[in-house]
Design a protein around this ligand. Structure first.
Ligand SMILES: [Zn+2]
Length: 346
């Protein structure tokens, strides 16, 4: 079949049926009719438009082929009792997609399809060589090792689509619109649930780049000029003389193996001059727990001159308690008590 329904212009077809085999001839006529319809539809949807509108997505051509297949089913005398009518069913649409993919593959990879149909392997120079393709129901699918995985068949063995083919473009555009103008990465992930277009990343970028809506909605990021760095950041000092601290978490930990997991937090002390980092585990967000972590930090790294924090509640509580302790040390009554105690210890 010399149908070039993806890239070239539609051309006239000589029906490949001489009337000798009625059943086979009917299938060939239907197939040729479908190719004609696909060529005409896709060609009419691309009248040199610079934009990609929804008319070019694959939904229209899939429904058109499904209707043709329904007509071919209903016109057979054997199917007179179970003619299809009404809304198009999911099975019919899936069959239509399979037919379109099969047509595209037979056009783009004729040698590979022929080699696999005859029980052979694809040629070493084939672009599909790395995909280890398999032929299932006449469709080239990606091979792989997921045969036993409990996931849908299309995901295990996605249908291979040729690059620079109008059907591939239409399918990508359909998924781009279906997922509310998905970006390149999301588009790749969505399409690969069912299809495996070659060089899909470039195709996805191209589809998103040429979408007018995406271009119009692309926000311009404002960049603010940052202020001058504070003196602690630009003055060389001993490590952790000026320190910043913050908590992150919660994390789960176990005190001993097989015990129940408990929540904990991590206090990160950062030296403002050298960017050195000290990490301490904090058992909860209480003031006492943070003061204990601060004591461990000071015991290891020395007492800092200043500590900067983000004014979280536990930091405020710790600051208040330390301030009360300092006030207590400075009070006359406390100093007298200490002196008295030291005198009595002689
Ligand atoms: Zn878009």
């Amino acid at each position: 079949m010399g149908a070039c329904f993806g890239l070239g212009k539609p051309r006239g077809y000589n029906l490949p049926w001489d009337g000798t085999e009625p059943a086979r001839g009917f299938e060939l006529v239907v197939r040729t009719f479908m190719v004609e319809a696909a060529v005409t539809f896709l060609a009419s949807c691309n009248p040199g438009r610079p934009t990609r509108d929804s008319r070019r997505s694959s939904r229209g051509i899939v429904r058109l082929i499904a209707l043709i297949q329904r007509f071919a089913h209903n016109i057979k005398p054997a199917n007179r009792a179970n003619r299809k009518s009404g809304f198009l069913q999911t099975t019919e649409l899936n069959q239509s997609i399979s037919t379109l993919v099969q047509l595209a593959q037979s056009e783009a990879f004729p040698n590979d399809v022929a080699a696999l149909s005859s029980g052979g392997q694809v040629k070493p120079y084939s672009p599909l060589k790395n995909l280890h393709p398999v032929l299932k129901d006449g469709i080239l699918r990606v091979g792989g090792r997921l045969t036993n995985a409990p996931i849908p068949e299309d995901r295990k063995h996605p249908m291979i689509l040729p690059v620079r083919h109008r059907l591939t473009d239409s399918i990508l555009l359909h998924y781009h619109l279906k997922h509310l103008h998905a970006g390149p990465q999301l588009l790749v992930a969505c399409v690969r649930e069912k299809f495996w277009p070659l060089r899909i990343r470039n195709l996805a970028r191209s589809v998103v780049h040429s979408c007018v809506n995406c271009f119009r909605c692309k926000p311009t990021v404002l960049e603010q000029l940052m202020g001058d760095l504070p003196p602690e950041r630009v003055t060389p000092t001993l490590p952790f003389l000026n320190t910043g601290v913050d908590l992150c978490g919660p994390f789960q930990y176990r005190k001993v193996r097989k015990s129940l997991s408990t929540k904990c937090y991590i206090a990160i002390f950062v030296c403002l001059a050298t960017k050195a980092i000290h990490v301490e585990m904090v058992y909860d967000l209480s003031t006492a727990a943070f003061i204990a972590a601060l004591h461990r930090f000071i015991a290891r790294r020395g007492k800092p001159n200043t500590i900067h924090c983000d004014n979280a509640q536990n930091f405020k509580g710790a600051a208040r308690e330390l301030a009360e302790l300092a006030m207590q040390f400075r009070s006359q009554q406390h100093q007298a008590a200490v002196v008295n105690n030291c005198a009595n210890d002689q």
